[in-house]
Design a protein around this ligand. Structure first.
Ligand code: IVH
Length: 673
């Protein structure tokens, strides 16, 4: 592949680096802020390595972007920040024996020894890093790594973890220990099973579960999770009372904190044997480990070889290859998610992969399925890269049964039999059933009652679930017929006379609704608040909208042929007709006033809101702008006409200034309102 070639053209290198930076930022955000990764570790490492290749060749790009040097994620909203007294740097990786030998050779060279110095080998725990600071033995602060310089304050959360100690028997002025918070595989499976049963959050793997559990604003949630921890290093210390890494472990063990497993080795042969043993025994570890870490044991030698800004030179991680197993694919099944996305799932002959029993694998989408040409009856190699839902790595073609035929993706939904469409430009196939599809019903209903739609107070997720379960809500129209169940509602768990009345009143108030809100509530494909409003400005009733041709819809600002087609299709589905009849019986839908013709300075202009406003909420400001004929967008580009910048506006304001876009303060904006 020419991909690994050196570049001759800095512009090509820069544009690739920018694209890498974007992907990595998105991956960082998903992983660190949302605890829900969008790519595997392997893919992430590959992108990061590629960035390193480019930045090594072009130092000016490294200075400008620094993609390969970035660590971790930002502080999650709501957490206080903790500045690390000593940065929490990361570890470099080696992926094979050659790279390991290079590392060992560097250690010898940098320590100026003829033989390899004593090394320590530890499992690399696949959890989330933490730091805990003790002052005179008293626990004072806990933090996550964050971006290495600043982390999140998790003081209260750490206190809830079994094995953690808020008091250590030491007179050291400062002792900051660092290590990993993790969840055992067994506990993770139980926790997910529980969540599945009772509607809690289901995590992709133990690592995400650890991160999601530790980074809770409410520490009583953390307390319910089966978190464990192990210390493997230190940060700020007032006096170092140990001369080796292994002595540090002994020191911490005596203080009663859990420590990581470690093995001291004297030769590279021994070191490699320990790696081998750990890789082979990987599935026997109670927790997920994704490799091993080698460290120079002697701290004076560590100091001699030093560290870079990103990672120490005295340690390295060797990652394990992903865990794989061979099995047979018994069936391909289509799962319909709550948002209507169809996902092919492979049912497998159950097999043990790295200590976790696996009986299905995701096939992601139709493209992926076709690319891998996976067929029922195939022998497949499956891979668990830390994730519980493993993926099919490849098919063993030699073992393919003669009769195996390619999988044909369905064109109707397996749940409700509505037509399936493929979203243009996306890999996903989606069921058009909406409210008629039981798989999506709940999610659609949630949208229907949400703040910007019908905005029914007191009708939340839990209440909807209850009423659906009782069979009182079968279509959204039924919400307006709930009053017939008043007596039963009163007796439900969590309800009483007062709250039942309150809820039914809240529903009554919403029997009259503006057409734009109603349209938004329907949850038509691609129709958000803004488009719903535009449509309502152009058509007074749902019948008029239905009668519009695709060509007419296409004329409307914000609608292209794809959206026009999707709206038209959705409105003509037979279950929509039934719904409309019901709505007309129950609701009064008010057409929008004709668009204001009065011209304002915002008429037809593209406006971006950023930062925190003090007089108005974001939504109110947006509404005012729309009233004045503006198009409100989320990102700043050369086409933006105005940016309205509130308190602590960040990157958008910066970009606006760079692009010379006119910036208004909140005060200036309010003058026009
Ligand atoms: S030592 C200065 N030891 O893996 C280096 N880290 O990918 C301090 N990790 O940042 C880290 N197990 O969060 C060390 N036995 C172990 C580890 C370990 C897991 C984590 C740690 C580190 C990351 C690097």
């Amino acid at each position: 592949m020419p991909k690994q070639d050196l570049f001759f053209d800095i512009h090509a290198a820069e544009s690739e680096l920018k694209a890498l930076a974007e992907k990595l930022d998105a991956a960082d955000l998903a992983y660190h802020t949302h605890d829900a990764p969008i790519m595997s570790d392997g893919e992430y490492d590959a992108l990061k390595n590629r960035a390193l290749v480019i930045e090594t060749q072009f130092k000016e790009l490294a200075r400008k972007y620094g993609v390969s040097k970035k660590i971790g994620g930002a502080v999650k909203a709501g957490f206080s920040k903790v500045t690390h007294a000593i940065p929490m740097i990361s570890l470099d990786n080696v992926f094979n024996l050659d790279e390991l030998d290079d590392f060992l050779a560097r250690v010898k060279k940098n320590t100026q020894l003829r033989e390899l110095p004593e090394m320590i080998v530890e499992p690399k725990l696949d959890g989330v890093a933490f730091a805990a600071r003790y002052e005179k033995g008293e626990f004072v602060r806990g933090a996550t790594r964050g971006d290495g310089a600043t982390g999140e304050d998790i003081t209260e959360n750490l206190k809830t973890i079994k094995g953690f100690k808020t008091r250590l028997d030491t007179n050291l002025d400062v002792l900051e220990v660092r290590g990993e918070v993790y969840i055992d595989k067994k506990d993770f499976m139980a926790m997910n099973a529980q969540a599945e049963k009772f509607g809690g959050k289901v995590f992709a793997n133990p690592r995400n579960a650890s991160a999601g559990s530790l980074r809770q604003l409410n520490s009583s949630i953390t307390a319910t999770r089966p978190l464990k921890l192990a210390v493997y290093t230190w940060g700020d210390v007032s006096e170092r009372r140990w001369q080796t890494q292994s002595a540090f472990f002994e020191f911490i063990r005596k203080l009663g904190l859990p420590i990581n497993l470690f093995i001291v080795v004297k030769t590279s042969k021994e070191l490699k044997a320990v790696y081998q043993k750990m890789e082979e025994g990987r599935s026997q570890f109670p927790m997920d480990i994704d490799g091993v870490v080698y460290k120079i044991n002697d701290l004076s030698l560590q100091a001699k070889v030093g560290a870079t800004a990103r990672a120490p030179r005295w340690a390295i991680a060797q990652k394990f290859p992903p865990e794989q197993a061979l099995t047979v694919l018994k069936n391909i099944r289509i799962q319909v998610g709550r948002t209507g996305v169809l996902t092919p799932v492979a049912d497998l002959e159950p097999v043990n992969v790295g200590g976790v029993f696996v009986s299905h694998a995701t096939l992601h989408n139709a493209d992926e399925l076709a690319r891998k040409d996976v067929r029922v009856g195939d022998s497949v190699v499956i891979e668990r890269a830390g994730d519980v839902i493993p993926k099919i790595d490849h098919v063993i073609l030699d073992k393919r049964p003669e009769k195996a035929t390619p999988f044909v993706f369905p064109d109707v939904c397996p749940v409700c039999k509505s037509p399936v469409v493929r979203q243009v430009g996306k890999a996903a196939h989606v069921c058009t059933g909406g409210f008629a599809c039981s798989a999506q019903f709940h999610e659609h209903l949630k949208h229907f009652v949400s703040r910007k739609a019908f905005n029914i107070e007191g009708l939340g997720d839990r209440q909807l679930e209850l009423f659906i379960e009782k069979g009182w809500i079968k279509t959204p129209v039924d919400i307006f017929r709930l009053k017939h169940y008043r007596d039963q509602i009163k007796t439900l768990d969590g309800f009483g006379e007062k709250s039942a009345t309150k809820l039914l009143e809240a529903i009554e108030v919403r029997r009259t609704i503006s057409f734009d809100r109603f349209l938004y509530a329907l949850g038509l494909p691609q129709v958000g608040v803004v488009l719903a409003r535009t449509l309502a400005e152009n058509y007074r009733t749902i019948e008029m909208l239905k009668a519009a041709t695709e060509a007419e819809l296409n004329e409307i600002d914000g609608v292209g042929d794809i959206i026009a087609h999707e709206i038209k299709t959705a409105l003509s589905l037979s279950h929509m007709q039934d719904l409309m009849m019901g709505f007309h019986q129950e609701l009064t839908i008010i057409p929008l006033e004709k668009k204001k013709t009065e011209k304002t300075i915002f008429t037809g202009k593209r406006v971006v809101l950023t930062g925190t406003l003090s007089e108005l909420t974001r939504d109110q400001a947006k509404e005012k702008l729309l009233d004045m004929g503006a198009k409100v967008s989320g990102s700043v580009s050369a086409n933006t006409d105005f940016v309205i910048a509130g308190e602590s506006a960040g990157s958008k304001l910066k970009k606006a200034t760079e692009l010379g876009v006119k910036v208004l303060t909140e005060e200036e904006f309010l003058n026009y309102v």
